[in-house]
Design a protein around this ligand. Structure first.
Ligand SMILES: O=c1nc[nH]c2c1ncn2[C@H]1C[C@H](O)[C@@H](COP(=O)(O)OP(=O)(O)OP(=O)(O)O)O1
Ligand SMILES: [Mg+2]
Length: 186
């Protein structure tokens, strides 16, 4: 199949996606395009489908898009797909402060890849989830909420891990493995 275009405005995401897709037994090569697409309100699935449909229209061709949500157990899954705006406004400390008064700091990172074959086609979704907890920031603040999320059983935040470690257990890795299986079947 011809090269797929990954539509994203986030350079850190693109870097990880390329690392993950090139590390597999059957490497997948992608193009990328930076488009800032309006994101609707709704469930993670609704947000992902709307974004991918729009991207395929703008590109007039097949594409993949990615949406990442950070979901707090104490808040029944919020901020979820709205984490970008919460992080921009309140930072890592604010994310911790939102959970003061709640016993559980449990959270999960949810990655949703969407594949759309082209304008007029319905996107197909691939989800990956990694469980962990919200912690006071540790490690370099290079990518989003990485310093404030500690995956269960690792003792390290995403930010403290070498890229190879994050890329083997992350929400993004798990979703991309499902996308890889799909792409190899078509
Ligand atoms: O592995 C991650 N580790 C830490 N932070 C992360 C990660 N993955 C996404 N993030 C941040 C970026 C943004 O603040 C929000 C998701 O929002 P989201 O709309 O999916 O990303 P975006 O707008 O930056 O890029 P895009 O152009 O692909 O929509 O969580
Ligand atoms: Mg976005």
């Amino acid at each position: 199949m011809s090269k797929l275009t990954f539509v994203t405005g986030n350079a850190n995401k693109l870097k990880e996606v390329k690392e993950i897709l090139s590390a597999g037994a059957t490497p997948i090569d992608i193009d990328s395009k930076s488009l800032d697409i309006d994101e609707i309100q709704g469930s993670t699935q609704e947000v992902a489908i709307a974004k991918c449909k729009r991207a395929a229209e703008l590109l007039n061709g097949p594409c993949i898009t990615e949406d990442t949500a950070l979901c707090f157990e104490a808040l029944d899954g919020l901020p979820g797909p709205y984490i970008k705006y919460f992080l921009e406004k309140v930072g890592h400390k604010g994310l911790n402060d939102m959970l003061v008064g709640f016993e559980t700091k449990n959270a999960w990172a949810l990655c949703t890849f969407a594949y759309c074959a082209g304008p007029g086609h319905e996107p197909i979704l691939f989800e990956g989830r990694t469980d962990g907890s919200i912690v006071p920031a540790r490690g370099p603040a290079k990518f989003g909420w990485d310093p404030a999320f500690e995956p269960s059983g690792t003792g390290l935040t995403y930010a403290e891990m070498p890229a190879e470690q994050k890329n083997k257990l992350s929400h993004r890795y798990k979703a991309l493995e499902k996308l890889r299986v799909y792409l190899q079947s078509v």
